[in-house]
Design a protein around this ligand. Structure first.
Ligand SMILES: [Zn+2]
Length: 290
């Protein structure tokens, strides 16, 4: 397969986020490329229609001199179900806004059945937003992801969102980063590795135990709670606030403690020493008054 270089760059970026190799599937007879997780084919095998033709994930193609990057779920009711279960409209909307500088055309396509296709397409972002806000008024999920009926189950649902059509190779990392939630919504549950695959790799030399006790300034309600759930890499400065996936920005925490301290840590670690403090807006004031 001779995929264009840009497809490789997309695949590398998806692999990096995923924590394992993403795969590329070329669409038959077309120079269109899906970039996705091999795991999707297993999800699809569980589908009552037993479709496993890889039609979900990032889709790249070029038409004339224009490159397109899309997010697609096609002909796979089970993945539409996962996506719909995880879907968060506010997040979705912010993804649309955050990526708008990479497009001169905004579009969404969805089909509840083979007979009922809907398209919103415009070069005016505010108009586009008002259109999708309108869908949300009637419950976006209900409007867009309603399951197809048995009759046309073979067609299944389609959901396509245009992510970018005006971008360079160097923008791909940022576009994948900004749209990563969409990809993560394709899983049966929100997976642990969604946030911290590469952080986990950075922490690999550290003993994988909840490190909550090594954090300073913890309030009693957190100290008193005993550990529960999987041990996972936790960012000290959250990823969304620019925190890196490097060792110095991570601690191992159980799932419970992770949730309790998320976004409320400050400091750094090195290999063994943890110089990390809990803070909240409340005790920030206390610290200042000392
Ligand atoms: Zn814990």
């Amino acid at each position: 397969m001779n995929a264009p270089e840009i497809v490789d760059i997309i695949r590398e970026n998806v692999s990096e986020k995923l924590g394992r190799e993403a795969i590329v599937r070329k669409v038959n007879n077309r120079d269109d490329y899906f970039i996705l997780d091999l795991a999707f084919s297993y999800f699809q095998k569980a589908d009552r229609n037993k479709r496993n033709d890889y039609r979900s994930g990032y889709l790249y193609y070029q038409r004339k001199d224009k490159k397109y990057l899309l997010f697609v779920i096609a002909h796979c009711p089970i993945m539409i179900t996962f996506f719909s279960n995880n879907f968060d409209y506010e997040k979705f909307r912010s993804i649309v806004v955050d990526t708008s500088k990479y497009r001169d055309e905004h579009f969404i396509r969805y089909a509840k059945s083979a007979l009922k296709k809907e398209v919103i397409k415009t070069d005016v972002i505010n108009y586009f937003l008002s259109k999708i806000d309108n869908l949300e008024k009637g419950d976006f999920k209900k409007q867009v992801f309603t399951k197809s009926t048995t009759k046309d189950a073979k067609t299944g649902n389609i959901f396509v969102l245009g992510l970018a059509n005006r971008f360079e190779n160097k923008d791909i990392g940022e576009i994948i980063g900004k749209t990563w939630d969409l990809f993560m919504w394709l899983y049966p549950t929100k997976p642990i590795f969604s946030r911290n695959a590469s952080l986990n790799r950075s922490l690999i030399k550290i003993d994988r135990k909840c490190e909550i006790n090594k954090i300073d300034n913890l309030p009693d309600d957190i100290i008193k709670k005993s550990c529960s759930g999987e041990i996972e890499g936790a960012h000290i400065l959250p990823h969304k606030d620019g925190g890196s996936d490097k060792l110095e920005n991570g601690v191992w925490l159980c799932n419970l403690h992770h949730r309790m301290i998320e976004g409320k840590l400050t400091g750094q670690r090195d290999k063994v020493k943890i110089n990390v403090k809990y803070y909240s807006k409340k005790n920030e004031v206390i610290i200042q008054s000392h």
